[in-house]
Ligand binder design. Structure first.
Ligand code: NDP
Ligand code: 2IT
Length: 444
């Protein structure tokens, strides 16, 4: 058995109860085969694949908090510090009832390669809780965030591990967590990113993941003789990534006709009204039914269905495994040219393969959504030098990073004879820098 298969076998046995983690590892290791074959002796001797698939440490803890009725609630908190070969652990905190160790491990594992692709000095980590923020009062959110940070603060720091937002964690939650960290540790430092602008946040961080997704998508189109102008896009999700992806796509002259949340989706033949969507999702924290109620051109449908709409470009921006094989078939049948992932692992392995085999340009999340964490790293730089850069400065750096990521993953794929396979390109380019550092550090 080859080295990759041996390690896949080992990882599957050790983590049989973690399907999302196994899915992420399978995708990465399979696409690394040519690199591993070319360096098999060194990698085997140094157990590179065994080490990169085993987190440095997993922290799990109880999060007790009191709800508005005076009842004590208990959630489970996680922080997986996966790999710090190239910089402090960096990655978001997800608050969603579906969160479990396997999900946090998949996200932390992906983050290693994504963070490496940004070209900035950040390692891979992820955390979160099975806490459900839906329907909670502001006081309950604060109580949860304070309790969560009371435990987490022992393990993080500006040069150790720097969490940020993800599903369910936005500016409000980061604010409460930062306040608690500062209070307990007695330190004002850049321990979190996605902070408010009045206390060390970076301009353009809120927009960064969605904008970055469109910068790389535009470069992809440009390098294939196309532009965003006049293209029809379908987007899933209606959160931070989706909203700013829609906004930037529209600024580039595309028409975005869908968005979705966890209960239903919108088809708006006139193009999504971003201001209305922001009001409903960011301010009122309400359902998409309100969008349809406020806009004549919009239809609301229960359940899932954005991939059934004819489009040139599909941008999944909600959650993992939301674009299935049958959706990929529909997209291909409808003439879709490109799929670029805003979410982490939204496309299943079978759907990815189908898209790639049927001529659809496909960029995986660890490359195409890296703009968020890249701008987090820019926030860390600004915090270190105690300065803040203008929106234009940060945005220009973000665009440059995304364009470079496209060319790096394109070149890596070509170098290994897999031209156009941006999944392999992303995994190879991300992996190489991390492995060089791991080898330099010796056995650790
Ligand atoms: P948000 O919480 O802001 O928004 C998530 C959106 O997806 C919401 O519209 C939510 O619906 C919907 N959603 C979440 N879970 C499900 C589900 N199980 N089924 C259907 N819809 C769902 O999160 P973000 O926009 O920040 O994150 C979206 C994705 O992007 C995630 O995969 C995240 O890991 C990834 N990502 C985020 C980055 C960031 O900077 N924020 C950076 C890189 C990647 P509802 O409105 O009903 O809650
Ligand atoms: O998945 C991701 O890259 C994020 N949620 C952003 C992480 C970060 O540290 O900004």
């Amino acid at each position: 058995m080859g080295y990759v298969d041996e390690v896949l076998d080992l990882v599957s046995k050790k983590n049989a109860d973690q399907p999302e983690f196994l899915q992420a590892v399978t995708e990465v290791l399979n696409s690394l085969r040519p690199v591993v074959e070319a360096n098999e002796e060194v990698y085997r001797k140094n157990a590179i694949l065994e080490r990169i698939t085993e987190p440095d440490r997993v922290i799990m803890f109880r999060v007790p908090w009191v709800d508005d009725k005076g009842q004590v609630q208990v959630n489970r908190g996680f922080r997986v510090q996966f790999n710090n070969a190239i910089g402090p652990y960096k990655g978001g905190l997800r608050l969603h009832p579906s969160v479990n160790l396997g999900i946090i491990k998949f996200l932390g594992f992906e983050q290693i390669f994504k963070n490496s692709l940004t070209s900035l000095p950040i390692g891979g980590g992820k955390g979160g809780s099975d806490f459900n923020p839906k329907g909670k009062s502001d006081r309950e959110i604060m109580a949860f965030c304070q309790s969560f940070m009371t435990e987490l603060c022992k393990y993080i720091g500006a040069d150790v591990d720097v969490p940020a937002g993800d599903i369910g964690t936005g500016a409000r939650e980061i604010g409460y967590m930062f306040g608690q960290y500062k209070r307990i540790r007695g330190m004002f430092e850049g321990v979190l990113t996605g902070k408010g602008l009045s206390y060390g946040g970076s301009l353009a961080r809120t927009e960064a993941t969605g904008y970055g997704l469109l910068y790389i998508t535009e470069e992809l189109m440009k390098c294939h003789g196309e532009s965003m102008q006049g293209k029809t896009c379908v987007v899933s999700g209606a959160g931070n990534v989706a909203i700013y992806a829609i906004q930037k796509a529209q600024q580039m002259g595309a028409k975005v006709v869908t968005c979705s949340d966890s209960t239903g989706w919108i088809y708006d033949s006139e193009g999504i009204d971003v201001a209305l969507l922001k009001e409903i999702k960011e301010v009122k924290r309400a359902r998409l039914t309100e969008y349809a109620a406020a806009r004549k051109s919009a239809e609301y449908h229960e359940g899932r269905g954005v991939w059934s709409i004819k489009c040139d470009i599909a941008l999944p921006c909600a959650t993992q495994n939301e674009l299935l094989l049958e959706d990929a078939k529909t997209l291909v049948a409808n003439g879709c040219k490109a799929v670029c992932e805003g979410a982490n692992m939204p496309t299943t392995l079978e759907a990815t393969e189908y898209l790639q085999n049927n001529g659809v340009l496909f960029i995986c999340g660890k490359a195409s959504n890296a703009g968020g964490v890249a701008t987090s790293a820019l926030e860390m730089s600004q915090n270190s030098e105690r300065l803040s850069w203008t929106f234009e400065e940060v945005d220009a750096k973000l665009k440059n990073i995304m364009v470079n990521i496209y060319h790096n993953i394109d070149d890596a794929a070509k170098q290994y004879g897999m031209e156009g396979n941006y999944v392999a390109g992303a995994n190879i380019a991300g992996f190489q820098k991390v492995v060089d550092a791991m080898l330099a550090h010796g056995v650790c």
